[in-house]
Design a protein around this ligand. Structure first.
Ligand code: PEP
Length: 262
């Protein structure tokens, strides 16, 4: 059974070591000694505070919010995959819509970053999604297909199944608007079919797809397992350790429920 993922993107929030340390204290208190068989939490702080996340509660790993695809060299202001790996980072968000928007990242650049993460044994969490206008125009599937075609072209099945996709419609990020379960399920079915066509059905099942955009624990079922998503990527709610731990607990319960159903 695929694990469920709960990714917390802390973005450029928290502005001092002290604030980060308070966040971690509360996170440890909320998580206590809870263990998870079916869920992995991934917390992605700002680069500057990554080292403070070395010790996380059980079932949680640290991730980064971006990387530069080159290993070393004259790239002022950038962070290499080797640096991240050395710091204990195992997951890295790639192509978040805010980076596409503010840093002009293109699908080609995102592919290079994802490949670089794979090369250095990290798991890229690649964000895709359509704008509100594209959704209105009925273009969602075309947009996703074009983003994914660039990402997956010439990748082996083995490489492909190591990538996690985060479906994050831009109109749902930071807005409190969320797609209906039916809409999300349609996207899930479309992605499964898309991956089956370029790889095969088994690989398609192995590529985890998360949902992101105004996620909170009270909406978890409708935006995740009811739509056959493999987890969620949360922005604002990840700033509340209580919510992160609650989401992980709800996924664990759902996985156990499914397991008992056989
Ligand atoms: C995001 O930016 O990836 C995100 C999901 O943000 P929020 O949960 O705040 O909508």
């Amino acid at each position: 059974m695929q694990k469920f993922y709960v990714v917390g993107n802390l973005k450029m929030n928290m502005s001092s070591r002290e604030e980060v340390s308070q966040y971690l204290t509360v996170l440890h208190r909320e998580a206590g000694q809870k263990t998870y068989e079916h869920v992995l939490g991934i917390i992605c702080p700002s680069f500057v505070y990554l080292a403070q996340f070395d010790t996380l509660p059980k079932g949680m790993k640290k991730g980064a919010q971006n990387l530069f695809p080159e290993k070393i060299g004259a790239y002022t202001g950038e962070i290499s995959p080797v640096m991240l790996k050395d710091d204990g980072v195992e997951y890295v968000i790639v192509g978040h819509s805010e980076r596409r928007r503010y840093a002009n990242e293109t699908d080609e650049m995102i592919r290079e970053k994802a490949l670089s993460a794979l090369k250095y044994y990290m798991t890229p969490i690649v964000c895709i999604g359509e704008t509100g206008g594209e959704r209105q125009a009925g273009e969602t599937e075309n947009i996703l297909a074009s983003q994914l075609r660039t990402l997956f072209s010439d990748l082996s099945k083995l490489q492909a199944e190591k990538i996690i996709i985060a479906y994050e419609p831009l109109w749902a990020i930071g807005t409190d608007a969320v797609p209906t379960t039916e809409e999300l399920f349609r996207v899930r079915v479309f992605l499964r079919k898309f991956f089956t066509e370029i790889f095969d059905a088994q690989t398609a099942e192995r590529i985890a797809v998360l949902y992101g955009g105004s996620v909170k624990s009270s909406l978890l079922g409708p935006v995740s397992w009811e739509a056959e998503m493999n987890g969620v990527l949360a922005g604002r709610e990840s700033l509340f350790p209580y919510e992160l731990v609650k989401m992980m607990g709800l996924f664990e319960e759902e996985a156990k429920r499914k397991q008992n159903e056989g």
